[in-house]
Design a protein around this ligand. Sequence first.
Ligand code: CDP
Length: 313
Amino acid sequence: RFSLIITFCFGSLLTSLIWEVIHKAVECYSQTWKKQEDNYQKFRSNLSSKCHGLEEAIITQNNKPVGSEIVYDGSKKTLKVTPELFSIFMKEHPFSNKTLDTCAVVGNGGILINSSCGETIDSAQFVIRCNLAPLGNGYEKHVGTKTDLVTANPSIFINKFGALNGRRRPFVESLRSYGNSLLLIHAFSFSAYTAVSLRAIYTIEDFESPIRPVFLNPEYLKSLHLFWRSQGLRENRLSTGLITTSLALELCNNVHLYGFWPFSNHPHDLYPLTNHYYDDVKPKKVHAMPAEFDLLMRLHSQGILRLHLGDCP
Ligand code: CDP
């Protein structure tokens, strides 16, 4: 009975915290947004000096030479860079010394359904998407199709494509809608993901798919973790949305977020939403999405990035 009472009290506390975040978000969102150049420059230079995303976010032949060690971010295991592994790393970092004008980071939230945001998203100079989220099937009107970078968690290769142990064509065909974008693979979180990630890369090469696979650098993730902790965020693992937003904040002068709303009701009309715009698989427990959202809302109100919660014109 005691544990029931605790669960109930904790549950109610959590629900009231979530409602507080929602209420704050709606209130803050109703004010006119204006970019605050000073705040943005200060934030970006702090982030860059701690995380060096433009040189470190992706594993390259420069930052991981033969003989160096990759330390997994989800375990204490390490992996030595062999000449074979080295040969599939990018030669140079694709973002070094680059600044882009406008970037759209597309989260996978159900809030995108019927948003008509596709055209606005596609008008950005650089579009980042998460976890190979689908673009066809009528979604294009609401989420767009332009993709410059798309992330992949190797669990997708395992769950959707039989760990690429059987026929591999369906996997390659599923990549077609992302054209020649960068495919950012989270291969070094757990050692169990490395072999399947390598199979994905070899498949892409063998079938001559135009997509360009690259590896997310676990060292970058560690510095990001410390950075967001210094901003007040306490969580075990950063969500893909926060990782890609962090990268965009270093890379782009103007960062626009779409599909970020980790709550089960729409902010304006309160009707129920699915977790993703394409399915209702619930978020992993290791993430603290509402706390992350609270931080993003803070950056929105400081004019550092712009969150889009409503429908697009
Ligand atoms: O890989 P992860 O579980 O973090 O993400 P996902 O469920 O594939 O969604 C991609 C990103 O969209 C998340 O990391 C969140 O930042 C964002 N998202 C959100 O803000 N609200 C939702 N209801 C779903 C996703």
